[in-house]
Ligand binder design. Structure first.
Ligand SMILES: [Zn+2]
Length: 54
């Protein structure tokens, strides 16, 4: 089981819970890390889709 450290949007407290005790939403502290991966995933997906249509 993966224990991902999350950070509260509001009080910036680190937690493993998805929702903080201050009722704030907890997100991954480094969301920028996922942007390039999503981009490559998108291109790979569209490429795969294209080759399936042929
Ligand atoms: Zn909080």
């Amino acid at each position: 089981m993966t224990e991902e450290i999350l950070q509260c949007e509001i009080c910036k407290k680190y937690t493993l819970e998805k929702f903080c005790e201050c009722s704030g939403k907890c997100l991954s502290p480094k969301p920028a890390k996922f942007s390039p991966e999503d981009k490559y995933g998108y291109y790979r997906l569209s490429y795969k889709k294209k080759s399936q249509n042929l």
